[in-house]
Design a binder for this molecule. Structure first.
Ligand code: ARG
Length: 407
């Protein structure tokens, strides 16, 4: 029986050529799977393109709700940004795609999964490590990494086999997009000194004219309403992205460290992600106790690294999720975002029924509940060690270095 492979299919040049190449060079049947993670575009057209390229089956799976709930929400609760900047757009979508590839492999009797990543990027790591975690018995086939064709040769191959592709030799960018944002690489962006041309942006083209406000309602760390209207998370993210993006806000231009040892210049547009991360972190400032907030902040960069490095399905990541979930019990309330022309989005206010902000303690008005007399003794003990040290400095002033002298 001919072997079957489930290929993660985007409808782009590489994966379309991969469909044919896998059949021709490896003699396998290809089941193309396109996951809808909110990238937009016509996925029925993508499905037809997979058939035209030679797939025996082509599946479109709507993962938007699951992706938002099970992948984006945990990352949001963890305030996850790789290297302090990148909200992990592509890193988050790969594990959900792999989950569905594995399910499709089981259903259609495939013995392998395949992806269209090159050997230079992070996405291959995420596809393969996630597959190892979920289905160690499946092989992973990597046509694009193995075939050694240049982009031009790929286009020629597509023309030769009449594979319908939309790219032309002139379009230089590599783009990956989902609910959580958009990543752009290649072309002129490979020069870190060159300013990204306006043409690379799609989600953050400024069109808004006057200021606007968005009130985000959170329940235990998860955004659940927009301006008082309850909304499914994936729809809320789309709406916030659209509004905030129209102010030209949410761009990231960074040089990042890939897992495979390469520094690369990346341009991202993440208006919704950055706005929601900002709002969420702000609500935590209001509702998390100090030690918990500080310890959580120490774990957040580690969490982002694990996700970036393809370790979504891993024990440390799971354990940090449990810690984060516990921390979110009281992260409920509302955050008011204000957008202004040009390119500004700020937190204008926050409130919560379970806030730890106590007006009676914080106010400088006369009627406060703070026991001022407690402060005197507290501060004296707090500074006692330093006071003792300073007194010794006064008795034994430091001269030049002497062998054996104390510091
Ligand atoms: N550098 C980002 C990451 O590693 C974005 C990758 C974009 N992927 C792509 N196939 N264009 O997560």
């Amino acid at each position: 029986m001919t072997k079957r492979v489930v290929l993660a299919y985007s409808g782009g040049l590489d994966t379309s050529v991969a469909v044919r190449w896998l059949g021709e060079k490896m003699g396998v049947e290809v089941i193309a799977l396109a996951a809808d993670v909110g990238q937009g575009g016509d996925l029925e057209e993508v499905r037809q393109r997979a058939f035209a390229a030679g797939a025996v089956e082509a599946l479109v799976v709507d993962c938007r709700e699951e992706y938002a709930r099970d992948f984006v929400a945990p990352a949001l609760k963890a305030n996850a940004k790789y290297e302090g900047k990148y909200p992990l757009v592509s890193s988050l979508s790969r594990p959900v795609i792999v989950k569905h590839m594995v399910a499709a492999a089981r259903e259609h009797g495939a013995t392998a999964v395949a992806h269209g990543c090159t050997g230079k990027g992070n996405d291959q790591v995420r596809f393969e490590v996630s597959t190892r975690a979920l289905a160690p018995d499946l092989d992973v086939v990597t046509p694009v990494r193995d075939w050694g064709m240049t982009r031009e040769e790929c286009i020629d191959y597509a023309e030769r086999f009449e594979i319908p592709v939309t790219v032309t030799k002139k379009s230089p960018y590599s783009i990956d997009q989902n609910l959580w944002g958009r990543a752009v690489e290649c072309g002129i962006l490979e020069d870190p000194w060159a300013q990204p041309p306006e043409e690379v942006y799609e989600l953050t083209t400024p069109t808004a004219v006057g200021p606007t406000e968005l009130t985000i309602g959170f329940d235990q760390g998860i955004p659940v309403s927009l301006d008082g209207r309850s909304m499914a998370l994936h729809e809320l993210i789309e709406e916030v992205s659209r509004v905030v993006g129209s102010y030209g806000w949410g761009r990231i231009d960074m040089v990042e460290n890939r897992r495979v040892g390469i520094k690369s210049r990346e341009v991202y547009e993440c208006p919704g992600a950055l706005a929601l991360l900002m709002a969420h972190a702000d609500l935590e400032d209001l509702t998390l106790e100090r030690d918990l907030a500080h310890e959580k902040a120490r774990l957040e960069p580690r969490y982002a690294e694990l996700v970036y490095d393809g370790l979504w399905f891993s024990p440390l990541k799971q354990a940090i999720d449990a810690f984060v979930d516990e921390s979110q019990r009281f992260v409920s309330g509302e955050v008011r975002l204000r957008c202004e022309v040009p390119g500004r989005c700020i937190v204008a206010g926050r409130r919560s029924d379970v806030s730890l902000y106590d007006y009676g303690l914080a106010t400088y008005e006369a009627a406060d509940r703070f026991r001022h007399e407690d402060a005197e003794g507290f501060v004296r003990l707090w500074g006692l060690a330093v006071e003792t040290w300073a007194a010794r400095q006064a008795r034994r002033p430091r001269s030049g270095p002497r062998p054996g002298s104390e510091q």
